[in-house]
Write a protein that binds this ligand. Sequence first.
Ligand SMILES: [Zn+2]
Length: 499
Amino acid sequence: MKKIYSSVCVLMLSVTITFAQQTPLEKNNYSQITSYGELSGFVNELDKSSDLLTVEIIGKSVENRNLYVMKFSNTEFGKDENKISVLIFAQQHGNEQSGKEGALLLASNLLKPENRYLFEKIDFALIPQMNPDGSEKNMRRNGNDADLNRNHLILTEPETIALHKLFDKYLFEATMDVHEYFPYGDTWKNYGARFNNDEEIGTNTNINVSDEIRNFQKKKYLSFIKNYLNERRFTYFEYSPGGPPEIDYIRHSTFDINDGRQSLGIQNTFSFIQEGLNGKDNFVDNIRHRAEGQMTGMIGLLEFCFNYKDEIKNLVQKEREKLISNDVPNNVAVQLEHFPDGSKLELPLLSYYSNNDTIVTVNDYRPAVKSIYNVQRPKGYLIPKSLLEIIEWTDKHSLTYSNYKKSDDEQIEQYYISRIDSMDFERDTVVDPAVEVKEIKKSFREDEYIFIPVSQLKNNLIVTALEPKSEIGLVTYKKFEYLLNVGKDFPILRVVSRQ
Ligand SMILES: [Zn+2]
């Protein structure tokens, strides 16, 4: 809340901020998860207690609950260009309670005087609860039975739409999506050991994201956060799904761009996923340690952004400018695969037999992501105005588009779908159409199309979404599968430079 009272309030204010306010979890002595009602009360109470914090409602859930953002700034949020803007959002999955609890602990701790220095360099936005409807039932999905963390490309849900509108407004330079992982499944029980790291963190893995950003994340951030967590008695490992070892390969997280990390990462954002260890027997199991681990990982990101503010800002700005001016590789990888790089992974696990920590050497380790199919980046795409869902989709992503007037140095390409095969995608199956490209020379009505140029921040996202052979594109979703028909033309056209 902005200070609107006279200076007589300053004394009272300085008294209230000296003591961190207890979160509902702390007040309940860690025996009960924070309800939506308690969360609403708490964030509004914190808002009133500090001039550093402004709480806003960015949208409503399917069941009409508020989605809150807590904006921390010692000036006007988003206005000081010397600061780095950081966004953390938690609990997209309603049954992953420690992200929300850690976020509330974080909010309370950030108002302590000793943490105020962070806001000399950072404007920080925190969404403690992305999925209040799921949280109330302790269920993964939202009120429409949608998995929010698979919804960031198609944006059909109010919760993900609200997040992306917030992102598009401030274009945060660093972001983190906070989850929990569940290592207690039967395949691991049968294997005899499981993951037991307090926190696992993943970087951008889609290779269309700037190499420099991905290298900086891996080399600088992961080593920093490992030490940061270890020094505070939390165990850490790079997020490594797959397995169990030699039964199935171990990789790093998905290259799909439909999750909270990569949908922002593909815009050359310094973007992460943080996965805390899920409660073993029930969701309050060990919740204090879990919530504190999540909070520590989040503060770690803020500390890192404070320490490396200029490096991150300069890198992100430079790499985003390349997307906007289209100074990017001509090839875009639209089908990708995980490959070995010759290294073996030393994987820390907890043995089910001895209950001791153990290290397993993983031979089938595939940390490298490589392209298995590229497309040439066009100048842009033409969308028939009759495809209302796609027009609506472009608006949800705040894409720039215009009417089209063909120039002499351009040609229009259309795909013909000759066959639809399928392919493996991270042990899932998706469509893989066979296409033929032809040039449209006549019978083309410019006024029936909108033109989406790729020369904008979402350059790589646009190509990845709209290409019919994209393994992670719109046509792989039920809602858009009607775009692909054997023996028919693909309705979205490509504008390319005349050869
Ligand atoms: Zn999750």
